[in-house]
Design a protein around this ligand. Structure first.
Ligand code: MEV
Length: 422
């Protein structure tokens, strides 16, 4: 059945109540009654499933799950699930997506899903050539052995593709390059590496050390580009965002926080879609060092001849839509359905675009008005709730606290008392 891509350009989604938001999502993403019931369930992940996922389970931990609107990526509209505890991140992503949309949205591309598995071979320098020659001689046999571990992956066009050798003083590292198709790939790669490790010891008479995937996935990158028109953001903002980027380029202390802003968006989508966000974090920050062998911002900004701002982000993104939590966590499955991605490559293209959106929104806010103003509204509402405000009181108490520039529980209680006439 042909389904129209969800039109994500929805203004005022935040003004709808819970049921209205779900109804809209149901219509645009073709969700079923049971999908909606899952979103409304108190415990969308049952104990039994959780108990199978990790050890010593005592409960299920929840995070708010939201939808980022306005995203157009490669001319397709996406409603993007984000799970995150930090206020303003979802709003920031929406705001940037809305601005980017005015110039056509995000253009994104992801490379083939090639992961690196590492096999450490412990040997002193003088033995290296003999071992390397042995590996070269048996290269095809080793690749075949790796592929025999995962015939399903091979049947989908994936599998071990090649071998690279790197030398250190007291050891050699063999990189097994594996096309993992729509999986994140850690399990497939680790299994292959352990199999190969044993065989290399036998064939090449050497001692094998660690055998494990590398999260510095330099062959599995995604790239997004967007234009923020000077008419949309103002000429001053174009220059100020570029200045903010230059600060990050010059100073690793700033680059780290700059990159954290990128990961705000990427992790939130990763968590919603059941992906390993620690792997993404590790890959991102290592890659931030890798390109210039010093820590740099992952994104870059520049101005074109017409004065418009260009933003680009390139980074490793090892994400999957099959296996792991994407399979067992029903909410992760549902988030992937909402997103409507058909491959891991497409998921990476979406995520790198969200990362760029959050990065731009953070730089824009920091450069133009400071970050606290945006943060304050939700923060004030939280304080109002803590002070006991209910229903319409929450927004009113928050508004008055912001006006008074005094956002704390004592002020909230005082305003609440005034509102209630006590
Ligand atoms: C906060 O979660 C993220 C920012 O610090 C990112 C940045 O400074 O670019 C606002």
């Amino acid at each position: 059945m042909f389904t129209m891509p969800a039109c994500s350009d929805i203004s005022g989604f935040y003004k709808l109540d819970w049921n209205e938001r779900l109804q809209l999502l149901k219509e645009r993403c073709n969700l079923s009654e049971s999908d909606i019931a899952l979103l409304k369930a108190n415990a969308p992940l049952d104990f039994k499933t959780a108990d199978l996922m990790i050890e010593n389970v005592i409960g299920v931990f929840c995070l708010p799950l939201a939808i980022a609107t306005h995203f157009k990526i490669n001319n397709k509209d996406y409603l993007i699930p984000m799970a995150i505890e930090e206020s303003s991140v979802v709003a920031a992503a929406c705001k940037a997506a809305k601005l980017a949309r005015k110039s056509g949205g995000f253009k994104a591309e992801a490379s083939e899903p090639i992961m690196i598995g590492q096999i450490q071979i412990k040997a002193r320098k003088e033995k290296h050539q003999k071992i390397i020659a042995c590996i070269e001689k048996h290269k095809e046999e080793l690749l075949q052995l790796a592929n025999a571990c995962d015939p399903v992956l091979v049947s989908f066009g994936g599998g071990a593709k090649s071998i690279e050798i790197r030398e250190f003083n007291d050891f050699i590292v063999l990189h097994l390059l594996v096309d993992v198709r729509d999986a994140m790939g850690a399990n497939a790669v680790n299994t292959m590496c352990e199999k190969l490790g044993k065989q290399i010891e036998t064939l090449c008479d050497c001692e094998v050390g660690l055998q494990i995937l590398s999260n510095l996935a330099i062959y599995r990158k995604a790239k997004a580009h967007a234009i923020f028109a000077k008419e949309a953001i103002g000429e001053q903002a174009v220059d100020k965002v570029i200045d903010a980027y230059k600060f990050a380029y010059a100073d690793p202390f700033r680059a780290c926080t700059h990159n954290k802003g990128i990961m705000n968006g990427i992790d939130a989508v990763a968590i919603a879609c059941g992906n390993d966000f620690r792997a993404l974090e590790a890959g991102a920050h290592a890659y931030a060092w890798f390109r210039e062998k010093t820590y740099k911002p992952l994104s870059k900004y520049w101005k074109d001849a017409s004065g418009n701002l260009h933003a680009e982000l390139e980074m490793p993104l090892a994400v999957g839509i099959v296996g792991g939590a994407t399979k067992v966590n029903p909410l992760a499955k549902l988030c992937l359905k909402i997103l409507g991605v058909k491959s891991a490559k497409e998921l990476a293209e979406v995520m790198v675009s969200v990362g760029l959106a959050n990065n731009f929104a953070a730089l824009y806010a920091l450069a133009m008005e400071g970050i606290q103003r945006g943060h304050m509204k939700l923060h004030a509402e939280n304080i109002a709730v803590q002070a006991g405000a209910k229903g319409s009181e929450i927004k009113e108490v928050a508004k008055r606290m912001i006006e008074m520039q005094s956002i704390n529980e004592a002020t909230a209680k005082q305003i609440l008392a005034e509102l209630r006439g006590v």
